[in-house]
Write a new protein. Sequence first.
Length: 378
Amino acid sequence: MDFTFTEEQHQFQDSLQRFVRKDYDFERRRAIIASDAGWSREVWQQLAEMGVMALALPEAYDGFGGGGFDTLLVMEALGRGMVVEPYLATVVLGAGVLIDAGSAAQRQAVLPAVAAGERLLALAHDEPGQRYASSTIATTAQAVDGGYRIDGQKSVVLHGAEADQLIVSARTAGDVRDAQGISLFLVDATAPGVERFGYPTQDGLRAASIRFNNVRVGADALIGTEHEALAVIEKALDRGIAALCAEAVGNMTATIEATVGYLKTRKQFGVPIGTFQALQHRAVDMYLHAEQARSMAYLAAAKLEAPSGERRQAVSAAKVLVSQSAHFVGQQAVQLHGGIGVTDELAVSHYFKRLTMISMLFGDADFHLDRFGQHLAA
């Protein structure tokens, strides 16, 4: 399998990494997450002007027609700076669903605005008590008056309070845990009956709990085929997992760089502690874990367009190994920094928090190890 990037991809990656390094340093990030909004519309517009939002969108909708590896390059660069702007929620998850299943009218109305940085999306799928079970949907969408009435509750909707439009999963037939009978709808986030409760997450990003009380949408709000949205949702989540794996690689790379820099400057017994062989071995182990994670992130990106079984197996394998590597690298970084490793003023503590959240999002290591085993047995 060829993981060689083109010259254009390298140039784009270098440009984005340079932006993150110069214009999105740690202190600016701290100021952004401490603000009322919790993210920067100015940064978002700068990213849009660089073509970040358009990169993975189809050319027919003002995009550049990129694929999984282009998203990987973006997420790895954003991971290095722990960028909190809603790229994952808007482009990877939200726009991804519309690319896969949206009608021509829906794509034309939404995707060019996403590419220009003028539209934020959020995938409202998880529900209280769902515990990673994608087919467990209690939110309902009842057909009424030529449209639908949506009622229910969603939890941990990434950037749900900031989104302009929500992509909502709801049950149009069957019981709560049935695989069939789930549909997707494009809903205006400010529609009557939509109540959003935003909050900061442990790692400085934003999420929301959302209630839908008698929310009316037209028939044109339906995304894809009625009752058959589960496959679309699962592919969107797999795309999100692959993106998170790439973000974790960027995060771990920056964590290791910060830790090695500290080992070279912190002195004990009159010499840098980086001269102690035991600490050198620990730093090398961190690097090995990060490189293994990089290989699995590449594999996940390469398999996104494979048949569903092959895709899900590769994505689960990547999530397991990346989560384990993230846990190891984060813990080692904190321990090698000593007591200051957990202080808010030090970037390493923020890297560790984000790595912890990445390992939990869209299924933890135990969940994906079980899913991998099921596919292997099948």
